[in-house]
Design a protein around this ligand. Structure first.
Ligand code: ZN
Length: 208
């Protein structure tokens, strides 16, 4: 493995917090929501809840205020490396856009460089950029793959996401431990079966 590939880039700042006006508006809506649920928003345990919820959702949706250009900035290297680069088991937490409940799990991202490679720490950050929004798993999978393809111009990209959705688990729609797997393959991973199989073996994932 080339040393430059494991260089840690300088930290990218987290997304900007929502505007104060947005936070205040969110707090008053959460307060109203608590009332609609039949709660007393003035009881001790709930007094600061609107503020906490606003802050938590600000963080969980900070992907809206992050920018792919800024994330990748100058983290590319030219490299004569033509083997598969794989970052597996990237933990993520997202919110399903249908219920605003969490779905979470792991993302595996691989690409076959044409010439450009990117600092490895950028890939988990790219996952967060799309995960910290209201999402559907299929779209998130595709967005990650498409940005990798567009920015690195590699021979191919593969993204597999395995996740549990609390909107299914908590409501008893699915068995408690079922996971959903989505994949998006581009270039060589789509067209060349041995490449796809090598990737699937490396992440030890059947099907997809
Ligand atoms: Zn849902």
């Amino acid at each position: 493995m080339n040393d430059r590939r494991i260089i840690e880039e300088r930290d990218v700042d987290g997304g900007a917090p929502p505007a104060l006006e947005v936070t205040e508006r969110t707090e008053s809506l959460v307060r109203e929501f608590l009332t609609l649920l039949g709660e007393d928003p003035d009881r001790e345990g709930l007094v600061r809840t609107p503020e906490r919820v606003a802050r938590a959702y600000g963080f969980l949706t900070e992907g809206y205020r992050k920018d792919v250009d800024e994330l990748f900035n100058d983290a590319y290297f030219d490299e004569e490396y033509d083997e598969m680069v794989l970052v597996k088991d990237i933990e993520f937490y997202s919110l399903c856009e249908h219920h605003l409940l969490p779905f979470f799990g792991k993302v595996h991202v691989a690409y076959l460089p044409r010439r450009k490679i990117v600092g490895l720490s950028k890939i988990p950050r790219l996952v967060d950029l799309f995960a910290r929004r209201l999402q559907v798993q299929e779209r998130m999978t595709k967005q990650i793959a498409e940005v990798m393809m567009e920015r690195l111009d590699p021979l191919g990209v593969a993204v597999v996401v395995e996740a549990r959705h609390l909107c299914m688990v908590m409501r008893g729609v699915e068995k408690q431990h079922s996971t959903m797997t989505t994949s998006h393959m581009l270039g060589n991973f789509r067209e060349h079966q041995p490449t796809r199989l090598e990737f699937m073996n490396l992440i030890a994932c059947q099907g997809a």
